[in-house]
Design a protein around this ligand. Sequence first.
Ligand SMILES: NC(=O)C1=CN([C@@H]2O[C@H](COP(=O)(O)OP(=O)(O)OC[C@H]3O[C@@H](n4cnc5c(N)ncnc54)[C@H](OP(=O)(O)O)[C@@H]3O)[C@@H](O)[C@H]2O)[C@H](O)CC1
Ligand SMILES: [K+]
Length: 554
Amino acid sequence: MIEAWSAEDVRAAEVPLLESGVPLMEMAAFMLATTSTPALLPTGSGDELDALPGVRVALLVGSGANGGDALQAGVVLLGREADVVAACVSENVHEEALAAYVEAGGRVVDLSAGPSSPDWSSTLADILASDLVLDGLVGIGATGPLRGVAEDLVRSLTGADELARTLESTSTSTGPGPARKGTAIATLGGRPATGKTERPRPVIVAVDTPSGIGVDDGTVEGPVLTADVTLTFGATKPGLLLPPAAHHAGDLHFIDLGLSQSIAEQGAEPALRRLDLKDVADLWPVPGPWDDKYSRGVVGVVAGTPAYPGAAVLATTAAVRTGAGMVRYLGPDAVASSVLAARPEVVPGTGRVQAWAIGPGLPTEGAGDDAGQLALARAALQEAVTPGEHGAVPVVVDAGGLDVVSLLVQDGGPLPAHVVLTPHAGELARLLRSLGERVHRADVEAAPLAHARRAHELTGATVLLKGGVTVVVGPGVPYSQADGSAWMATAGSGDVLTGILGTLLAAFSEEAVEDPELPARLAAAAALVHGVAGVPPTRAVRSPRWTWPARSRR
Ligand SMILES: NC(=O)C1=CN([C@@H]2O[C@H](COP(=O)(O)OP(=O)(O)OC[C@H]3O[C@@H](n4cnc5c(N)ncnc54)[C@H](OP(=O)(O)O)[C@@H]3O)[C@@H](O)[C@H]2O)[C@H](O)CC1
Ligand SMILES: [K+]
């Protein structure tokens, strides 16, 4: 499991180590310099301490210790014969680190006057012509989006038009890597234009965090240099796991520096958790010789209409394939026929269940033939709220079922945490609007955790907000899962997640009702399984960044 800690908790944990003389910055910088460079060495050879003659490194240096980390890494890289240039966006960069860097022979460019600095254009060209960029503009000391010269620099490096002009007007740069003319421009922040010759671009390593992200909340309100790799020190920061900032972090590497123990000793809760395969394997319900179909858990599925029968087929199939003891299907005969044709083991009709999975394929407005389905969904939700003869039953609610939730909340107040809602951003915005909030889909996408939290506060339910990174908020520590791929953005994907989670809730029916924090954990586990099941077989097609022309050593 990954646990992420707020910037404040990380700082507090540093104090005892710094007071006892542990050289945290030097340790961080050494790891930065060694972990970043194997990608620059010829494939399959080399060592993280090999000499790097001819390798060009650009350090982006801000005014705090984040810039200090970059400068100290520069010292290590200079010792390995790399060509290093430090682009400083402030006159006051970390004093000791700068002294050590200059002492080691490092080249410094003062960009503190911004785009009017005499070396602005040539330094941009140097940065773009380098093999490795270490982004040390800001780390956990950042407040708000990038501002001042740091903002100008990142905007310039990520803005194709300005950059094209810069390179055209720069025939030779002042550094060892002249900008090449006549090739298409690959900026550092986005994908190169299609149909053009791609100019190799540097490998971008974010020091601790990509500069410009909301370190604690994962928001992105200004420019950010999208990293290929983020090396984060001491503890993972929530912003590295939360959308939209997580999409700028690239591959995440955690470097402990001995802070884990110090953080644990503070006794605080992490800000965020991410389950891994082992956590889910430990949690997964494995049947034993004493089990029967009822003890493994029966899932009742209320899904699909004659217009959308596929949603019922997908949700029931997912529930069966996840290992439910039995799946009951409740819905129109025409839909039940489709379900049974696909999964003959599904049992149509009512009966006792250990969890309900409701909503896929249900209409958002209940009318005509579909009103019966919505009444079934409402009855299932009542079983979660008002315990019957066998106690309360957990429920996962998706799509059209979310409207029923909204009505129930308006009529009767908060729901228990064993009701798990699984909206996407648009559905969450709609749910929040129905509860009196002024929210649009774009607001949810800009701050998914905050909006999922708001929905949890207003409904009492556990909220799983689906997306490229899925966020789960219940009464305890929230979760963020990023196990799938963008290829899963297809119709029917959410129906499958509902079925998977229905089975997990059924397997842990009583526990999920007794422990209000368990449904969120089960929801995170379901998101992981859903994601892993949806990842294409080759890693090369997982994410656009793998297709970018990041350069290995020339
Ligand atoms: N966690 C660890 O174990 C270690 C972390 N280290 C590194 O230290 C940084 C945190 O360093 P800190 O000096 O506290 O903060 P930053 O480097 O992030 O920078 C803060 C300064 O940056 C300016 N600032 C703040 N917000 C912005 C912004 N939005 N845009 C531009 N500039 C900003 C501000 O300076 P001003 O002069 O502008 O007021 C801040 O003072 C951590 O992230 C790690 O990299 C240790 O080195 C090792 C141990
Ligand atoms: K940074």
